[in-house]
Design a protein around this ligand. Structure first.
Ligand SMILES: *Cc1c(COP(=O)(O)O)cnc(C)c1O
Length: 367
């Protein structure tokens, strides 16, 4: 029985390897390792795909969030509402601005619940930070309406959702800022740390560029305290090659998800796409009360399934004191989620191997 890994990050395709190596050599030849032409070209292409005028490359998705939130001028006393369930970077980025993260509940699709957001609004609320969790766009129009009604900013944590759409519009096109990660695990993945912020105004673009380089204007005058977090030219060159393949990757992931849905939906809760939603399947997360037993069983069958974000962010030691708000649905769901391997390199035989193992688990559960 061959092992089915959760992800396979190796570069195994000979054509892709040659293409990536050639891209590296091009950068070796021109020698502009910072702010090289590949960075500008990647920013241009990502902005176009996100239907935004501007994109600003940076070190990581975490950095992208920090840069965007810092542009809002947040500080102590301000509140930002975010979902209780996400990768911890979402919360860290808020806290690093000095603002207070306020945790909202999630819906069964694991994205932030607008009703919960409404219940948490106070005069201190400055921004909403929805996460397009697992690669699905949150209930963005309702959230935008809340933001407009209350004069709030909206920033999209689209780290998991590059290429996802809602009624044809892409992730990152809705908020004042859209923040992406291109770390190797993401669907649009680099070969190291990388991130990008997209935005709609030239002022915001300029602010982001100042913040990502020590608060400097024209490398001479420092107008704001900040750190250095630019995107390397080498990474941008590799990402340009990866971008050309991302639609194929998304299509394959969606195919795998559909195969799982068809076979498993009677047995476990499978992810659902509502009309208008196009999920990029960053992870394929099922829900079952037998989560831990199923994971152990799959492991015994040489299948690597994973629990992602096993703790809600407000339960983390760094944040659990002084949490305001309740998130009963997030609490109910967090212990039931299991991510099955669903990466684009899996072939149908492996997908069937996973399906077969899950079905055998539930057949023996029933006995
Ligand atoms: C990956 C991720 C980030 C952070 O991205 P990095 O590039 O790893 O810093 C932020 N938010 C979410 C939801 C993520 O999944």
């Amino acid at each position: 029985m061959s092992k089915v890994p959760f992800l396979d990050l190796r570069i195994t395709d000979a054509d892709e390897r040659a293409e990536l190596l050639a891209a590296v050599e091009t950068v070796f030849d021109h020698g502009r390792f910072i702010n090289g032409p590949e960075v500008a070209e990647l920013e241009r292409q990502v902005a176009a795909r996100c239907q935004r005028p501007y994109a600003v490359g940076c070190n990581s998705g975490t950095d992208a969030l920090i840069l965007a939130l810092r542009c809002l001028g947040l500080g102590p006393g301000d509140e930002v509402i975010l979902p209780a369930m996400s990768w911890i970077a979402t919360c860290n980025a808020v806290a690093l601005t000095g603002a207070t993260p306020v945790f909202a509940d999630i819906r069964d699709d694991l994205t932030i619940d607008p009703a919960s957001v409404r219940s948490l609004l106070t005069p201190a609320t400055k921004a909403l930070l929805p996460v397009h969790y697992t690669g699905k766009i949150a209930d963005i129009h309702t959230l935008l309406a809340i933001a407009a009604e209350h004069g709030l900013e909206l920033v999209e944590d689209a780290a998991q959702a590059f290429g996802a759409t809602w009624q044809g519009r892409p992730a990152g096109s809705f908020g004042r800022f859209g923040c992406f990660s291109m770390n190797p695990m993401k669907v649009f993945a680099g070969l190291g740390e990388a991130g990008m912020v997209v935005c709609g105004s030239d002022d915001d673009r300029r602010r982001l560029e100042v913040l990502r380089y020590n608060g400097m204007v024209d490398r001479e005058v420092c107008i704001q305290t900040s750190s250095n977090g630019r995107l390397d030219t080498l990474q941008a060159a590799l990402l340009l090659k990866r971008l050309a393949r991302v639609d194929t990757i998304i299509a394959r992931r969606r195919e795998i998800a559909q195969r799982y849905n068809a076979a498993l939906s009677g047995m476990v809760e499978t992810p659902r796409e509502v009309p208008g939603q196009r999920d990029v399947c960053y992870v394929y997360a099922i829900r079952t009360p037998h989560r831990d037993a199923l994971r152990d069983w799959l492991e015994s069958q040489a299948i690597e399934a994973k629990v992602r974000d096993p703790y809600l962010m407000p339960d983390q030691p760094a944040y659990r004191d002084g949490v305001r708000g309740e998130f009963p649905n997030a609490r109910r769901l967090v212990g039931t989620l299991l991510c099955l391997p669903a990466h684009e390199k899996m072939h149908d035989g492996e997908v069937d191997q996973v399906i077969d193992a899950v079905l055998r688990f539930f057949a023996s559960e029933a006995r």
